[in-house]
Design a protein around this ligand. Structure first.
Ligand SMILES: Cc1cc2nc3c(=O)[nH]c(=O)nc-3n(C[C@H](O)[C@H](O)[C@H](O)COP(=O)(O)O)c2cc1C
Length: 186
């Protein structure tokens, strides 16, 4: 598969990047083609401008070439994978800005053979995500509110919990989880 991977973290030595690298190692077992967009380090401009606004009366409105190019990268992929830390039970604002600017341009009906995978790193425990319904809240938002609305055929969320744990064994377990998700992704 052609996989478009969008990673969001200000630090390339973060756990989020380590998870991405292990996930890619898993993907490579099945020889997928990977196109990475590193929102922070590739200089994605998160400021939403008038130029980015969708014109509902004019679907062929010309958007900034850099945004058009990013949409084309999505359209060229079979699957879009997002890797990010959960911030305030949501995606980081940088990723939200990417969705606002690029996905806003009308993926609808052009994305129905594509799928999405969201790999979300959470400081909280799995028990707390279920107790307060964050698991369903975030999954529903990402799978239906974003991927479903954009017209993607399928979407799922994988949570990696307790990312701020000081236990080396626990962190190694999360990296192994990322590797296995990549290895079995199809
Ligand atoms: C601004 C901010 C908001 C956060 N909000 C949440 C949250 O709502 N739920 C949660 O479980 N963890 C939350 N965390 C913890 C992060 O998910 C955690 O720091 C991250 O997964 C660790 O990965 P990293 O080392 O790659 O940043 C938050 C962290 C920050 C910095």
């Amino acid at each position: 598969m052609k996989i478009k991977l969008v990673v969001t973290h200000p630090r390339q030595d973060s756990l989020t990047f380590a998870v991405m690298n292990r996930f890619i190692e898993g993907l490579k077992e099945n020889h997928h083609e990977i196109d990475i967009l590193d929102l922070y380090h590739d200089g994605f401009d998160p400021l939403y401008s008038v130029e980015d606004e969708r014109d509902w009366q004019n679907p062929s409105k010309q958007h900034a070439p850099v945004i058009r190019k990013e949409l084309d990268r999505v359209l060229a992929a079979d699957a879009i994978v997002f890797i990010f830390p959960v911030w305030w039970y949501n995606v980081p604002s940088m990723l939200k800005a990417y969705l606002d600017k690029v996905w806003n341009m009308g993926l609808l009906n052009k994305a129905n053979s594509k799928k999405a995978l969201w790999i979300a790193l959470a400081g909280g425990t799995e028990a707390s995500f279920h107790k307060y319904d964050y698991y369903n809240m975030i999954s529903n938002y990402l799978n239906n509110g974003i991927a479903g609305y954009a017209g993607l055929q399928e979407s799922r969320v994988e949570f990696l919990y307790e990312t701020i744990s000081e236990s080396k064994t626990h962190i190694e377990g999360l990296l192994e989880q990322a590797y296995q998700i990549g290895r079995h992704y199809k």
